[in-house]
Design a binder for this molecule. Structure first.
Ligand SMILES: N[C@@H](CCC(=O)N[C@@H](CS)C(=O)NCC(=O)O)C(=O)O
Length: 205
């Protein structure tokens, strides 16, 4: 099984962390985003959206990080991070969709404005975009912070895909200047995720 990723892609990292947590023997293949490898015909055959991560499992190609996380769990007997009980699974799914639809987009704006644009030589941050990204992140991070009051993990009382998914983009807190550092419950929970073997093993060099 191959997992195409880039070490600095937090979308890819949530899939790589899932594989690491499950002890799944995946071969990691780095796609050189800086050199445009993701826009080459060979990669576009795998993912026409030109994005990492992509999973290749014996001829089955799967893109979208959350779909990959779910698939990896579904093919792993006795795993515990993606429950099979319907309501428990629905709860995890709720937070995965929330991350993709609400929490992630604001983070992507701030990542782009404060970090990636500079790397690509595309100039400084656009204040209007920064304001838009900050408002989105603040709005949804406050919801996460309130949810985490008195809880160790996002769903139930154990680690789940929800934690791996939502923690992944917080790796960019400093370089994307994410307005989350004052949120005590988020920080307490994030430290717990950062102490996981799967987090440590997938830390970019
Ligand atoms: N919704 C996708 C987002 C993936 C994504 O945006 N990946 C970025 C890296 S973090 C990428 O490959 N960007 C290259 C591009 O869009 O051209 C997922 O969750 O897998």
């Amino acid at each position: 099984m191959r997992l195409y990723h880039h070490p600095l892609s937090t979308n890819a990292r949530r899939a790589v962390m899932t594989a690491a947590h499950l002890g799944m023997p995946v071969t990691l293949i780095t796609v050189d985003l800086a050199k445009g490898a993701h826009r080459q015909p060979q990669f576009l055959k795998l993912n026409p959206n030109h994005k990492v991560p992509v999973l290749e499992d014996d001829g089955f190609i799967l893109w979208e990080s959350h779909a990959i996380m779910q698939y990896l769990c579904d093919i792993t007997p006795l795993q515990t991070i993606y429950p099979s009980e319907k309501r428990a699974r629905a709860d995890v799914n709720r937070w995965l969709f929330w991350c993709a639809q609400h929490f992630g987009p604001g983070i992507e704006i701030l990542n782009w404005e404060h970090w990636v644009k500079g790397l690509l030589g595309l100039g400084g941050p656009d204040p209007g975009e920064v304001q838009r990204g900050e408002a989105l992140v603040a709005q949804f991070a406050a919801i996460l912070d309130a949810h985490l009051a008195g809880r160790d993990w996002i769903c139930g009382d154990a680690l789940s895909l929800a934690d791996l998914s939502i923690a992944a983009p917080l790796a960019d807190t400093a370089r994307a200047q994410l307005p989350v550092t004052g949120l005590a419950n988020v920080q307490r929970w994030f430290a717990r995720v950062q102490a996981l073997h799967a987090w440590e093993r997938t830390e970019p060099a």
